[in-house]
Design a protein around this ligand. Structure first.
Ligand SMILES: [Mg+2]
Length: 272
């Protein structure tokens, strides 16, 4: 029975230049591989060592990229290793099977959203009315499922984010602040539900997960074993749980450590 590895991508396995957090002398910095180009410019990186580890992992386990990105944003990432059979996009709203969305899964998810939380339009309206153009750069809707803002972090009032979180909570939505993006996501739209579905389909005997943000908390809790890096929303809150390891590494080197942990635990799971 296979081991399933469901990992967040951004700031967990892949890193923008701003998120690399390289602290060693330049001459000792790891060599980086660009894994995403956007509008003809390099956008996301992993270390060359991580690239080799991920290739190894792709052969040893069912590796499932698990991201809040839209399908389009996911599909421009060029990960090393074998093409994953399954990928989770839009925070669980789309389950890709061999690169194609599973329509039954998507219908199941949208039915749950219609029943269990306030509609997207209400959240969009609130964001349009209350977010100040002084610090908002973009209003975005992702896959007709959730909304996010691109903001100037230095100008963003902390109180506004707190008020939004309370307002959203009362409507069955959750808020996550990651870098320059503020996400408003329906609570029933989860990475964990999609991971469980892949575990069911593959008959996985062991599930492993990693992630850095609040939107990864349910994924980490749903897995048999999880890791979070030393940076990000979860680290900032000191978030942890019994089956979760809080790693000390920050930035792109945390990605390398997470891949080592995945491989080590996969090997143990295979002999258990
Ligand atoms: Mg992330």
């Amino acid at each position: 029975m296979p081991v399933l590895v469901a990992s967040d991508l951004d700031r967990t396995l892949i890193y923008s230049a701003a998120a690399l957090a390289l602290t060693m002398p330049d001459a000792r910095a790891p060599r980086l591989l660009c894994v995403e180009v956007h509008e003809s410019k390099p956008l996301s990186y992993m270390t060359e060592t991580s690239a080799a580890l991920l290739t190894e992992l792709g052969d040893a386990a069912v590796f499932v990229p698990t991201t809040t990105r839209t399908r389009k944003q996911y599909q421009r990432i060029n990960l090393p290793g074998p093409e994953p059979t399954y990928a989770i996009c839009a925070n669980g709203g789309h389950l890709l099977v061999d690169g194609v969305t599973d329509l039954d899964w998507h219908a199941q998810v949208t039915a749950r959203l219609a029943e269990e939380c306030a509609p997207l339009d209400e959240v969009r309206e609130y964001l349009m009315e209350t977010a100040d153009p002084v610090w908002v750069r973009k209003h975005r809707v992702a896959e007709d499922l959730f909304a996010y803002l691109v903001v100037e972090r230095e100008l963003l009032p902390e109180d506004w984010v707190k008020e939004l979180a309370v307002w959203a909570e009362n409507r069955g939505w959750t808020v996550s602040l990651q870098g320059r993006k503020i996400y408003a996501v329906p609570k029933p739209l989860t990475k964990s539900a999609a991971m469980r579905e892949v575990a069911r389909r593959t008959g996985a005997s062991l599930t492993l997960a990693a992630g850095d943000s609040l939107l990864d908390a349910d994924l980490l809790l749903a897995a048999d074993k999880g890791w979070r890096p030393g940076h990000g929303e979860l680290a900032d809150e000191g978030w942890t749980a019994p089956a979760i390891s809080a790693l000390p590494e920050r930035g792109v080197l945390a990605g390398e450590r997470i891949l080592r942990e995945f491989l080590r635990t996969t090997a143990q799971g295979a002999t258990a």
